[in-house]
Structure formats: structure tokens, C-alpha cells
Design a protein around this ligand. Structure first.
Ligand code: HEC
Length: 340
């Protein structure tokens, strides 16, 4: 209770100096009531499936609420702009082209959030927490499709440009792989891999998922090791074959390790011919292709890996043009193209 009162006086203090109720606007109802404000309508329940996520209520408005309304509310409308509701947003601010439905690039709001962050006009100003790249992509998309007041993302996203990004953003694409029960791995297979130079460890305490690492081995990787790995295909979740002289042909079997979430293939002489075998790895979230000979083939592969979030391509043969295309076509993907 003491904490609450302190908090409350803190809020009221802010309230007095700013001459508005903005600090209380987003306070929980008990605090609002104590401060003599009416309860507000319960916040929208968190969506759990993409099909029922609303473009404004679940995407745009929460971004404004968390990063913009501190300065753009009814009491403190900087730049003449209030960002607390759809109608107020569309009324816009001093610029008259705050939001131009259908034209993201003509919209002052988009200009403000895409400037270099040190620019005077950049929003949010005063070094406040900026929108993430994902959020910027989503706002631009929303304006481009006409800045609708509502509508389900899946119906509006006819070109399938952002659905996977939205599910990722809303945390709807949790990998349920880890809910699966797997039985203990075959001991003799694990032992033989260890004898051949693999380091194998359990990934978590309460199940039998495994991590296998060959990158530090002094031995040569053999084609027959691929068969042993395949016998552990239920268990293998992380696989590191960095700098291990992996050949294109090996990837045919690696591509059958369906539970892989993380795959490191850096420093191997593998090409587009090899990586096309990876297209069935639907749990893959991270793929490292640093220092390999892959090039344009990533453009075919990546859209098939629906969970992929990180792709490492530094010192591969992928051109800058391909990187740009890749990023355009897969807005939810982080491409790492230089030394970290
Ligand atoms: C720390 C306070 C602060 C925060 C947070 C903030 N703004 Fe602003 N904003 C301002 C001020 C001050 C102005 C007016 C001065 C100017 O035009 O730069 C302004 C002006 C604007 C304008 C120009 C209005 C018009 O139509 O001409 C836009 C658009 C804008 N902000 C968008 C945003 C968005 C989007 C966010 C959240 C990502 C945000 N602001 C967060 C302080 C803030």
C-alpha cells in the first residue's frame, strides 16, 4: 500500500506540474479511482490467433499508446497532434498531411519515424524509446493499404506481405515444438557421435532435446556421421557444423532434421545447390551461412522457412542487391551481413 501511495503522489506530482491528467490516463483503474477519475473501459483482450487480430486495435493503437501518447494526448497535443484514437489520428496535426491514406511516403508521420534518430524532427523526440523496425514496417503497411479504421490483418493482407511479421510481433508464433514429448535418445548413437568428435548436450533440464556441436572437433566430418545425426532427428534442436567441411551432399540429410531450430553452417564450401535441401526445416529460426559459397539461392529458400528470424550471410557470395531483395520480401527477418 505504501508503494501504491508513493506511486500515486508521484503521479499527482506529475499531474500538477504538467497541468493535465496524462500520467493518469493509462494508470490502472484503482489508481484512477483514488485520483478521482472514472474507471475506463477494460483494455482489449490480447488476441491469440492471427485471424482475429485487428489492424488498428491490436497493432497501430498499442504502438501509439506505448511510444507516442505521452506527448500526443488531449491535454498535451504537441504539434497539434493527438494519437489516442483513430479519429484524432486521422484529423492529424499541424502539417495537414500527417497521415495520407494509401500513401505512406507522403505521410508526415512516416517521415518522422523513419528519419535518422538524431534528426530534429525524428519521433519520438527527446530520445524516447523509438519504434522498432518491425513497428515501422507495420505502420507503413497500414497506411499503404489505406489506413483502415479496422479489419482483420489476414483479410487486409491480400499480398501476404506482413502476416508472418504480425504473428511474430504479437507473439502468436511461439514454437510449440517444445511441448512435444520425446523419448530418451539412443545412448549408443550418442556415444558413437561423441567418439567421432561431436559434443552433445541436453538443451534443457526437463526433456530430451539435444544440442550437437562439431565445430571444435579435430576430426573430419564423415558422410556416415550424417546417418547417425538422422537417427537423432527427434532430439536435435541445435546443430553446429561450423567450419567442418560440410559438403553440399551432406545437406540432403541435414534437411531431414525437422526439429532443428538453430543451424550453424558457417565456413563450409556449401552452395545454393546444397541449401535448397533445407527447405523443409519448418522449425528453423536461425541459420548461419557466414563464409559459405551460397548466393541467390537464399531468395528461394527463405520464404519456405516460415519461422526463420535470423539469417547470417557475412562473407558469403550473396550480393548487396540480393540482400536488399531479401529484406524487402521478408520484412520479419533479420539479415546479418557484416561482422557482429
Ligand atoms: C517526448 C515527446 C514526444 C513524443 C514521445 C512523441 N512526440 Fe511527436 N511531437 C513532439 C513535439 C514537441 C512535436 C512538435 C514539434 C515538431 O514538429 O517536431 C511533435 C510533432 C509530431 C508530428 C508532427 C505533427 C504534424 O502533423 O505536423 C508527428 C507526425 C509526430 N509528432 C508523431 C509522433 C509519433 C508517431 C510518436 C511516437 C512514435 C511521437 N510523435 C512521439 C513530441 C513528441
Amino acid at each position: 500500500m505504501v508503494g501504491l501511495l508513493l506511486l500515486l503522489t508521484g503521479h499527482l506530482g506529475g499531474n500538477l506540474t504538467h497541468g493535465s491528467t496524462y500520467l493518469l490516463e493509462y494508470a490502472p483503474n484503482p489508481v484512477r479511482n483514488l485520483a478521482g477519475l472514472p474507471s475506463k473501459v477494460e483494455p482489449r483482450e490480447k488476441v491469440t490467433v492471427l485471424d482475429s487480430s485487428d489492424v488498428f486495435l491490436d497493432l497501430v493503437l498499442p504502438m501509439m499508446q506505448s511510444k507516442c501518447v505521452g506527448c500526443h494526448n488531449e491535454g498535451k497535443n504537441k504539434g497539434g497532434l493527438v494519437l489516442t484514437s483513430y479519429v484524432k489520428m486521422m484529423v492529424g496535426g499541424e502539417s495537414e498531411n500527417t497521415i495520407v491514406p494509401g500513401d505512406a511516403l507522403e505521410s508526415e508521420l512516416v517521415r518522422r519515424i523513419t528519419l535518422p534518430s538524431e534528426h530534429d524532427d525524428f519521433m519520438p523526440s527527446e530520445g524516447k524509446l523509438p519504434l522498432t523496425d518491425q513497428e515501422v514496417v507495420l505502420i507503413k503497411w497500414w497506411i499503404k493499404i489505406g489506413a483502415p479504421q479496422n479489419g482483420f490483418v489476414t483479410e487486409l493482407d491480400t499480398e501476404n506481405a506482413v502476416s508472418s511479421l504480425v504473428s511474430n510481433y504479437l507473439g502468436l508464433d511461439k514454437n510449440n515444438l517444445f511441448n512435444k514429448k520425446v523419448s530418451p535418445p539412443n545412448r549408443s548413437i550418442v556415444d558413437s557421435l561423441v567418439r567421432h568428435g561431436f559434443v552433445i548436450n541436453p538443451l534443457m533440464k526437463d526433456n530430451y532435446f539435444l544440442e550437437a556441436n562439431f565445430s571444435l572437433s579435430e576430426y573430419d566430418l564423415k558422410a556416415s556421421d550424417m546417418d547417425s545425426l538422422l537417427e537423432l532427428k527427434e532430439h536435435l534442436v541445435w546443430l553446429n557444423l561450423g567450419n567442418s567441411q560440410v559438403k553440399d551432399a551432406y545437406l540432403e540429410k541435414i534437411g531431414l532434421l525437422q526439429n532443428l531450430v538453430k543451424l550453424d553452417l558457417r565456413g563450409n564450401e556449401i552452395t545454393d545447390k546444397g541449401i535448397k535441401h533445407l527447405s523443409k526445416l519448418e522449425n528453423l529460426e536461425s541459420l548461419n551461412l557466414y563464409g559459405t559459397k551460397v548466393s541467390k539461392g537464399v531468395l528461394d529458400l527463405v520464404p519456405k522457412l516460415s519461422r526463420l528470424k535470423k539469417l547470417y550471410l557475412w562473407q558469403s557470395e550473396v550480393s548487396n542487391e540480393t540482400i536488399t531483395l531479401l529484406k524487402d520480401q521478408n520484412p520479419g527477418l533479420t539479415v546479418i551481413f557484416e561482422r557482429e
